[in-house]
Design a protein around this ligand. Structure first.
Ligand SMILES: Nc1ncnc2c1ncn2[C@@H]1O[C@H](COP(=O)(O)OP(=O)(O)OP(=O)(O)O)[C@@H](O)[C@H]1O
Ligand SMILES: [Mg+2]
Length: 330
C-alpha cells in the first residue's frame, strides 16, 4: 500500500500491481518516469513507493551520470544481496530504487551508459564487448520538462505518470493530513482557506500550513483557525485566489489601460522582467481566466475585473469617510 499520498488513485493502483508482480517474479519493478509540475508529489511518490515495496531508495543527481566511472560508482551502491558471482539470482531480491530528479539534465553519455544498464543490467568494462553484470534495479526518473528527454531514453521507462495540479478538495485533504503528521490542530475551515490559495500545488499548501502554524504560535493560539490563516495571508500579501502582489499589480495595470498592452510596455509599466512576466506571472493569470493574450496585446477579462473588485483592489483608500459641510479639518 502506498501511503501519505492523496489522490492519484489510478497511479497508486498501477504501481501496487507492478510492485506485487515484481515480488512474485523476483525481479525489479519496471523503470518509472514521473513528469509534471514542480511541487506536485513526484519525489514523495518515489519515496513512498520504495517504502511500500520495502526496498532501498537511492537519490542521485543527474550530473553524477557523467561518464562510465561515476556511473559504476553509483551502481556499486545497488543492493547486491542474493546473487552469485556471475549475477545469477540465489534468493529473494530487493532491487534498489534509484531516483534521479530533473532527469532531463543528465548528460548524453550518462544516458547511453545508463540506458544499457536499464535494459540489460550490464555495464561496459571499457574493453570491446566486455561487460560487468549489475543487480536488478528500478530507475525512477522525475522531470518537470518531459519534452527535453530524448525519445530512445524516454522509451526505456515502461511506466510513465503525469503529476498535475490538484483540486481544492484534494489540497484540503493534504493540508489536514500534513497537519496531523506535524501534530498541529487546525479547523476544517482554516484548511479550506489554505487550499483555496495554494493554486492546486501541494508544496505551496504545505508551505502555507507551516506559515500559518508560525503565525498561530506567535499569537499564542493552540489551534490554527481560519481567522489566523486569513490574518496571516493578509500579512504576507496573498489574496483570496492565492495571487501575489506582483500578479495583482499586473491585473491593475491592465484594468486601468484602455488599450491592450504589449509585453514590452507591460514590463516597463509594472517594473517586472519580461521573462518573469511571460513565463511565471501571466500563465497562472491566463489559466485562471483573469487575463488573455490577444494578437494586439494583453487584456484583462471580466472575471479579472470582478476579482479586483471583490478583493477590494479598486476602491480608493481615502475619501471613504462621509464629512458634513460644516466640519473643519485640522
Ligand atoms: N499527493 C500528495 N499527497 C500528499 N502530500 C503531497 C502530495 N503531493 C505532494 N505532497 C507534499 O507536497 C510537498 C512537495 O512534494 P514533492 O517534493 O514530492 O514534489 P515534486 O513533484 O517532487 O516537486 P519538484 O518537481 O519541485 O521536485 C511535500 O511536502 C509532499 O509531502
Ligand atoms: Mg522533487
Amino acid at each position: 500500500m502506498i501511503n501519505n499520498i492523496i489522490g492519484h488513485e489510478n497511479t497508486k493502483k498501477q504501481l501496487a500491481i507492478a510492485v506485487k508482480s515484481a515480488e512474485d517474479r523476483n525481479k525489479n519493478i519496471p523503470h518509472l518516469l514521473f513528469s509534471g509540475a514542480a511541487g506536485c508529489g513526484k519525489t514523495t511518490m518515489g519515496i513512498e513507493m520504495a517504502k511500500s515495496a520495502d526496498v532501498d531508495f537511492l537519490p542521485v543527481s543527474p550530473d553524477d551520470f557523467s561518464d562510465r566511472e561515476p556511473v559504476m560508482r553509483i551502481l556499486d551502491k545497488l543492493n547486491h544481496v542474493n546473487y552469485d558471482e556471475r549475477g545469477n539470482r540465489t534468493g529473494p531480491l530487493k532491487p534498489t530504487m534509484v531516483f534521479v530528479d530533473e532527469i532531463h539534465r543528465m548528460p548524453k553519455k550518462g544516458q547511453e551508459i545508463l540506458g544499457i544498464a536499464m535494459e540489460k543490467f550490464l555495464l561496459e568494462t571499457g574493453k570491446a564487448n566486455k561487460y560487468y553484470w549489475i543487480p536488478f534495479f528500478t530507475l525512477i526518473g522525475a522531470t518537470t520538462d518531459d519534452g527535453e528527454l530524448s525519445k530512445p531514453f524516454r522509451e526505456k521507462f515502461k511506466l510513465r505518470f503525469l503529476f498535475e495540479t490538484y483540486s481544492n478538495q484534494e489540497i484540503t485533504a493534504m493540508v489536514l493530513m500534513h497537519a496531523q503528521m506535524k501534530e498541529l490542530l487546525i479547523t476544517q475551515k482554516a484548511a479550506r482557506e489554505i487550499a483555496q490559495r495554494s493554486r492546486g500545488i501541494p508544496r505551496t499548501a504545505v508551505g502555507f500550513l507551516e506559515r500559518s502554524r508560525d503565525y498561530s504560535h506567535f499569537i499564542k493560539a493552540n489551534v490554527i483557525t481560519s481567522k489566523a490563516v486569513l490574518d496571516n495571508f493578509k500579512t504576507i500579501g496573498i489574496d483570496s485566489k492565492g495571487l501575489t502582489g506582483a500578479e495583482i499589480k499586473i491585473l491593475k495595470t491592465l484594468h486601468t489601460s484602455r488599450e491592450p498592452i504589449g509585453l514590452d510596455n507591460l514590463a516597463i509599466v509594472s517594473n517586472e522582467a519580461k521573462k518573469n512576466l511571460s513565463h511565471t506571472i501571466e500563465p497562472f493569470l491566463i489559466r485562471q481566466g483573469l487575463m488573455i493574450r490577444s494578437g494586439k496585446g494583453r487584456v484583462i477579462t471580466g472575471k479579472g475585473r470582478q476579482h479586483l473588485e471583490k478583493d477590494g483592489y479598486l476602491g480608493d483608500s481615502i475619501n471613504k469617510v462621509e464629512i458634513s459641510p460644516g466640519y473643519v479639518r485640522r
